[in-house]
Ligand binder design. Sequence first.
Ligand SMILES: Nc1nc2c(ncn2[C@@H]2O[C@H](COP(=O)(O)OP(=O)(O)O)[C@@H](O)[C@H]2O)c(=O)[nH]1
Ligand SMILES: [Mg+2]
Length: 241
Amino acid sequence: MPPLLSIIVPAHNEETRLPQSVDAILEFVQAQPYESEIIIVENGSSDHTAQISQDYASRHPEIQALQEPVAGKGLAVRRGMLAAKGDYRFICDADLSMPIDEVNLFLPPQAPPFDVAIASREIPGAVRYDEPHYRHLIGRAFNLLVRIVTLPGLQDTQCGFKCFRAEAAEELFPLQTIAGWTFDVEILFIARKRGMKIIEIPINWYFNSGSRVRILRDSATMFADLFRIRLNNLKGVYAKE
Ligand SMILES: Nc1nc2c(ncn2[C@@H]2O[C@H](COP(=O)(O)OP(=O)(O)O)[C@@H](O)[C@H]2O)c(=O)[nH]1
Ligand SMILES: [Mg+2]
C-alpha cells in the first residue's frame, strides 16, 4: 500500500534548522491515523546536511534521504516529487515556517478536491507573524511581476508549502525546466495551462531569519525566469504531446 502522504523537505545548508524540523515532522506523522513517508532532498550543501539526513534515514524507516550533486531548490523538489509514492505529495520547507499540523488542511476531508493546493500568506484567513516590513514588500513586488507576466490572480506563489495529488505531480514535474527558486511559478503555470484545479489555502506563517534567498542576485534570476517560462510556453515546451 502506498502511503497517503509524502512530505518532501528540500534542504540546503540546513544543519542547524533541519534536526528540529525533522523531529517535529516525525512526531506529527507518527500521531496521524494514515501512513506517511518523509523524503529529505539535499543538494550542493557545504555543511553536514547530507550526513544528518542519512543518519535520520538509517534510524527511521519512514524517512528517505536523497542527494543531488548540483544546488537548486527546484531540482531538489522535482527529485523528491518524482521519487515519492504518496497519493498526496507535500513540499515542506526545512524551516517549518508553517506549523506542521496545518498539513491536514491540505488533505481530505478538510481540503476540497484539487490537483494542486498551495499555501497562501495573502488570502483572507492567513496570518504572517514577525515578518520584517521590507521582506514582505519585496515579496509583494515579486508577486506583482508574477501576476503580470505569468499567473494572473495568484496572490502567493512562493510559499514553501504546497500539496500535489500524485497524478498531478507525475504530469507536472517531468516538464519543469527551472532549477532554482522560480520553479513554483513554472509548475503552477503548467498546471493552469493544463486545466488543473489549483486551490489556495490560508495558513499561519512564522517568519524566521536565515533565508537562503540572496535578494539582489536571486531577484535578477527570478525576474528573468518569468520571461523564460513565457518563452518556453511559446516554444511549446509545456504542450501535451
Ligand atoms: N535541496 C535544496 N534545498 C534548497 C536549496 N535552496 C533552498 N533550499 C531549501 O528551500 C527551503 C526554503 O529556503 P529558505 O532559505 O527558508 O527560503 P525562504 O523561506 O523562501 O526565504 C529550505 O528548506 C531550504 O533548505 C537548494 O539549492 N537545494
Ligand atoms: Mg524560509
